[in-house]
Design a protein around this ligand. Structure first.
Ligand code: P6P
Length: 339
């Protein structure tokens, strides 16, 4: 039986042996992991915990909030506000940024999160998850403002998610590859179960909400039609399709066995760049995928290069196996393919 390496030991070694992460960032990641354990316990109770169903409120996106959305948000805020490692936080569930109260020491990091992604799946017992992204507060900035958060995803210093499924698994990068930690409920700790995760460059599995097909732009229609044409078509191979409607679960499958995930711009709300949010969904997932050898674009440019103009900015997302993402991006960049 190989020695179990806990998340704590992994982070200490990343800090001590490889000098990859400062002590404050290690503390931040351990606090986020503990908050995810608390959220996992609430999610796992389901009806027994009386936390299913909707709250009588909407989030900044105008979406009806689930009770667990609000609980997960509160867990992350309460876990992180006192530790002295953060200057402020931002969440899908809050319109503005959350400044660390003056009664606590201020740190140099900014934490962004989607506290419970995929919440439409909560009541039907399908995997959901927490997505988080860590930025550094810009040097020399006095105080903290929303502007300090508006950094391209390439500036992230850590990113990850925790998927609440048959296992509770924390997936993390600090810029040195991707590691996966499975929650050992008997010990109450996350244990390293995979590291140096690599996404196969090719795949036979695509993930997209097919019910939106009539609204897609031409390059996306072309790519999906070619997949559906199978062996007899231009791709010369059959494809499989998956759509869990929980980005965390779809991305976890892709990190585990490859694939391509697409939530593209479509004609339903042409003024919106896409459905998913740049700062706390596409950026952290895009970095994880790139750190695992995959690629992540908005159809035309690298997601991590996008300069955000607002906190809850939406973006079109194409991510996963590198060769497939490059094919979809190539289709978008061909002359005459403009939306
Ligand atoms: P649709 C969940 O609400 C989410 O933000 C992502 O996790 C998921 O990939 C997508 O929306 C699902 O959207 O339109 O298929 O329900």
């Amino acid at each position: 039986m190989s020695k179990k390496i806990s998340l704590t030991r992994y982070l200490v070694e990343q800090q001590r042996v490889d000098g990859k992460i400062p002590a404050e960032l290690r503390l931040l990641l351990e606090v986020v992991a503990r908050a995810c354990k608390t959220i996992s316990q609430a999610v796992n109770k389901g009806d027994l915990g009386g936390v299913l169903g909707t709250a009588d409120s909407e989030n900044v996106q105008g979406e009806v909030q689930k009770q667990l959305d609000i609980i997960a948000n509160e867990v992350l805020i309460e876990a992180n506000e006192w530790g002295g490692h953060l200057a402020a936080m931002a969440s899908e569930e809050m319109e503005g940024i959350y400044l660390v109260p003056n009664r606590y020491p201020q740190g140099e990091y900014l934490l962004l999160f989607d506290p419970l992604d995929g919440s439409s799946n909560i009541d039907v017992n399908v995997s959901i998850g927490t997505i988080f992204s860590v930025l550094k507060k810009p040097d020399g900035s006095v105080g903290v403002s929303e502007q300090d958060f508006l950094q391209p995803g390439a500036q992230q210093v850590a990113a990850g998610y925790c998927v609440y499924g048959p296992q509770t698994t924390l997936v993390l990068t600090v810029g040195d590859g991707v590691a996966m930690f499975t929650l050992d409920r008997e010990q109450g700790s996350f244990v390293l179960t995979r590291e140096n995760v690599q996404i196969p460059p090719d795949t036979k599995e695509f993930a997209i909400n097919m019910s939106n097909m009539r609204h897609w732009d031409t390059p996306v229609k072309r790519y999906v039609d070619e997949c559906l044409a199978g062996k007899e078509g231009p791709r010369g191979k059959d494809f499989n399709m998956r759509w869990i409607a929980s980005m965390v679960a779809d991305v976890h499958r892709i990190l585990t066995r490859g694939g391509i995930f697409m939530y593209p711009w479509d004609k339903r709300e042409p003024e919106k760049a896409g459905k998913l949010r740049l700062m706390y969904e596409a950026n952290p997932m895009g970095w994880l995928v790139e750190q695992a050898g995959g690629a992540a674009t908005n159809g035309r440019q690298r997601i991590l290069d996008i300069a955000p103009s607002k906190l809850h900015e939406r973006v079109s997302v194409v991510l996963g196996s590198r060769n497939e993402v490059e094919r979809v991006t190539r289709y978008h960049l061909e002359p005459g393919s403009e939306a």
